[in-house]
Design a protein around this ligand. Structure first.
Ligand code: DQA
Length: 143
């Protein structure tokens, strides 16, 4: 089973970026954490990060016929991108949403998740652990 794990804009700056909200661990630590979680789940993980909405749409389209499940943290595009929602719907690959911070307790503009409308479940506010839970959940759901 092969999963695509997508991280959106500014997540490459983890560690530097608002550490009180996103923690002190950097993005390479997150990537290693995700690969370890894939190993634990017994799935192959493909990692993708971009600061560009269209590149994320391309990555979702490129998953068609190749990838069994998607874990996605669209970052700020969560709250704005109908294009990412439409791409997830278009390929019909089972997807799970992750947010490091608890967006439900943050600004009002973070209260809508377009991508989440195409996801079977969301793991919010659990830090890196949310990715692990998403991967394990998706594996259980798909098998
Ligand atoms: C985020 C939450 C978003 O609101 C924010 O724009 C991000 C990160 C999170 O993981 O908590 O960039 O998706």
């Amino acid at each position: 089973m092969k999963f695509l794990i997508i991280n959106g804009p500014n997540l490459n700056l983890l560690g530097l970026r608002e550490p009180d909200i996103y923690g002190k661990q950097d993005f390479s630590s997150l990537q290693q954490f995700i690969l370890d979680a894939c190993n634990e789940a017994g799935v192959e993980g493909e990692l993708f990060q971009s600061n560009h909405e269209g590149a994320i749409v391309d990555a979702i389209q490129g998953a068609y016929g190749r990838i069994d499940g998607i874990v996605i943290n669209p970052a700020a595009y969560t709250h704005t991108s109908v294009a990412i929602l439409d791409a997830l719907k278009a390929v019909s690959i089972t997807a799970v949403e992750v947010h490091i911070s608890d967006v439900s307790k943050r600004e009002s503009f973070r209260q809508i998740s377009y991508a989440g409308m195409a996801c079977i479940k969301s793991f919010i506010g659990l830090g890196f652990e949310g990715y692990r839970q998403a991967i394990l959940y998706l594996k259980d759901y798909l098998q």
